[in-house]
Design a protein around this ligand. Sequence first.
Ligand code: NAD
Length: 431
Amino acid sequence: MKIAVVGTGYVGLVVGSCLAENGNDVICVDNNASKVRSLKRGRVPIYEPGLEELVVRNQREKRLTFSTALARSVRVSQIVFIAVGTPSDEDGSADLRHVLDVARDLARAMNEYKVIVSKSTVPVGTAARLREVIRRETTHPFSVVSNPEFLKQGAAIFDFMQPDRVVVGVEDPRARDLMRGLYAPFTRTGAPIMMMDCASAELCKYAANAMLATRVSFMNEVANVCERLSANVDEVRRAIAADKRIGPAFLFPGIGYGGSCFPKDVKALLRSAKDVGYDAEILQAVEAVNQRQKGRLVEKMQEHFTSLKGKTIAVWGLAFKPRTDDMREAPSVTTIDGILSQGGKVKAYDPEAEKVARGILGNKVSYMQQSYEALKGADALAIVTEWSEFREPDFARMRSLMRSPVIFDGRNLFTPEQMRAEGFTYYSIGR
Ligand code: NAD
């Protein structure tokens, strides 16, 4: 099929490359000209494992092209995906400016029947708004489809290629058949393609992210209670995870969730509920617990050092989670701001996120090229992101480099017993 994907971010680029990989002709469109230039040269501006390889191969095979020309791309495509950002507005609602701009522009370019697919995470009612906006600009026939994306950064290609399910909000048979055909190669392994009305499809994405965020905040709350009652959250987690009704996924305590999705989607769902007169109390608590949890590591540092003035803290991990360079809403930013505001210094290391971090944190911290380099002369180490390379470090080397052997582990990579035996003063979450 001939497809245009508008927005070449973490979602659009993965969707476009994966659809091309399955034999479709895909044009990825972005209004950021320098991004498009670098993609044309086969350079992917974000870190997502396996993505560059897919971009290069499909561009070489001429199934994948990049462009800033939205109108031309729309005219030659049957299906147009909108995959632009929907950041939080000041009141927590999803800012639909980019989505509606794209809809208006693509409507003006339409020359025949098109299926317009919303891939961006958008609140209930957006498909209806898109229909209105497009209808005002064109007399050509079209269908609007809501097709939320459930991929995880860091495993995005696998998730798109082998989804747990595909959700399609669609209200006319022509678009339904096209979408079924498009996703047939991805659902051959038995994953269901769930057709439903657009409002339900739009809500699915928010409900899924809110549920996952709830599990995270719930476990962080349990961890905080464990600390006060001298229980071990690892044991509690193992025991409750064995219950089939609960299951093991998303039960790891830490220093809060971040990223471009959970925080903004929880806020947007809260806002949507409020707009229709419903007070979503669980979601409010999920958010409040997460905010507090992001400050836990610095609280522990304060308790240990009394004052952070003049202390140098090595920080391992800046990205909001491993296998990505994304730092949107990352707990690292809260942690680092907390250390700096109390007069401490930060030497930070992340395997992939340094470039992004420079854009957010500037010169407020020293960036190290290697994990051990960050430890030289450090009064403590804060582990913020659970990159695999931090899991089996050389503890003797760490001790010899640090001014004092103190670790604040925000991701529970080690056990307290192991750390005691290695000669560290060790703080973790819920133990
Ligand atoms: P992103 O910020 O990485 O990418 C958005 C892209 O859209 C940018 O390249 C930007 O230049 C481009 N853009 C903005 N306005 C444009 C316009 N008018 N014309 C052309 N291009 C334009 O965002 P993302 O993380 O890929 O997220 C996109 C959407 O997908 C959001 O709604 C998000 O909630 C949703 N989503 C994200 C993830 C994720 O893991 N990141 C997962 C599922 C769903």
